[in-house]
Design a protein around this ligand. Structure first.
Ligand code: PMP
Length: 391
């Protein structure tokens, strides 16, 4: 169909620059091994940290909920789409995160948008780490508050932003708990100390820390023992929790306010019973099976150490997100393609997801990877890395 020449041109340029990517459909469930193009591959690109996407208890909860309550909810939460199971899940999440309340949204993305677009006004300011997730950036674009960006995890830069913000009614400091492309942990104790010094509110997006850090995977705030000192914790139900959704763990006042003001909450239909019940079951599994988190960290330590021994640059990663930095964009995609040839699914990530010149293959090991699988993946990295003269 005619009319999209302006897009064609841009897409053509992306092809010339080797950054055009096609979607890669999986033909199996999301496990440590997946089938792609009828080939079995070791999965190193999913956020299924604890293997919960295929956990029998989650699957059974989803089936039972569908059977009893149907496939969909038929309404937004504020009209007729709140089922008792939605509120039960929210109470469970609040207890898990040690907050007064929580509110579930369709995704982590919309959870960030919901908070940032609604709780601040033009007399306020939001102060955000430069490498925060796209959903935080987009949420900030929707607020009427003033915006300041501080250099990545740079406390001097944060302090000068706070210092220059004292005339605003409210200051909100927002950070990822674990940064999604580098796998480093935000220095929350320092951030909290500075925020308290300048009487600022704090919001942490714990998408990659929930299920990974803290007691039973309670997240980065719990990891640093900062419960009660962080005002808002956003989490996702789509990564370690293994299903889909996002939530805002917060004081009751914030929940009440969001229900009335947050547009992604007000104007989008609630989660189907299968999703809600599986998420709820997943929180119970986190409490019942802490060995999954231990395995995740054992695998992480082993894989990272071996990549370093091979001579790869893994950046500043401190968590299961381990980037293999190539710098050059084309090299990142070449590495990813070669790994695919050798049976490893690890996606190349380039601009605009990461800054120019910092392209990488991003890997995430899960609790479900066995040592032989990790060794197989490492052998593929060694072979591909040598062929591309990265090591
Ligand atoms: N925040 C961060 C830091 C993320 O990495 C992501 C996922 N890419 C999200 C929020 C969005 O979560 P979801 O996939 O549930 O929308």
């Amino acid at each position: 169909m005619q009319g999209f020449e302006h897009l064609e041109e841009e897409l053509q340029q992306m092809k010339t620059d080797s950054v055009f990517r096609s979607l890669i459909p999986l033909e199996t469930d999301q496990g440590a091994k997946v089938m792609i193009n009828s080939r079995e591959m070791i999965q190193l690109s999913s956020n299924n940290y604890l293997g919960l996407t295929t956990h029998p208890r989650l699957k059974l909860a989803a089936v039972r909920a569908t059977d009893k309550y149907g496939a969909g909810t038929g309404s937004v939460r504020t009209i007729a789409g709140t089922f008792t199971m939605h509120e039960e899940l929210e109470q469970k999440l609040a207890a898990f995160k040690h907050t007064e309340a929580s509110l579930v949204l369709q995704s982590g993305f919309t959870a960030n948008q919901a908070v940032l677009s609604s709780i601040l006004s033009k007399e306020d300011v939001v102060i955000s780490d430069e490498l925060n997730h796209a959903s935080i950036i987009d949420g900030i674009r929707l607020t009427k508050a003033a915006r300041k960006i501080y250099s990545h995890v740079d406390m001097a830069s944060l302090e000068s932003a706070l210092e220059a913000s004292q005339d605003y009614r409210k200051r909100l400091v927002v950070t990822d708990g674990v940064f999604s492309m580098d796998g480093n942990i935000a220095p929350l104790p320092e951030i909290v100390a500075l925020a308290e010094k300048y009487d600022a509110l704090i919001m942490v997006d714990d998408a990659h820390a929930s299920g990974v850090l803290g007691r039973n995977g309670r997240g980065s705030v719990d990891h640093f023992n900062l419960n009660d000192r962080v005002h808002i914790q956003v989490g996702t139900l789509s990564k370690a929790v293994g299903v889909l959704g996002g939530y805002i763990a917060c004081p009751q006042t914030v929940r009440d306010y969001l229900i009335h003001k947050a547009r992604p909450f007000l104007f989008s239909t609630s989660h189907p019973p299968a999703v809600t019940a599986a998420c709820s079951e997943a929180i119970d599994v986190l409490l019942d099976e802490p060995e999954r988190i231990s395995r995740l960290w054992e695998n992480t330590a082993y894989f990272k150490e071996e990549l370093l021994k091979l001579g790869f640059d893994t950046g500043k990663s401190e968590t299961p997100i381990t980037p293999v930095v190539t710098g050059d964009e084309k090299k990142a995609h070449e590495l990813s393609d070669k790994l695919a040839d050798y049976g490893v699914f690890a996606q190349g990530i380039a601009f605009p997801t990461v800054p120019k010149g910092q392209a990488r293959v991003r890997t995430i090991v899960t609790s479900d990877h066995t040592k032989p699988l990790l060794d197989e993946a490492l052998a593929a990295f060694e072979k591909a890395g040598k062929e591309l003269e990265l090591i």
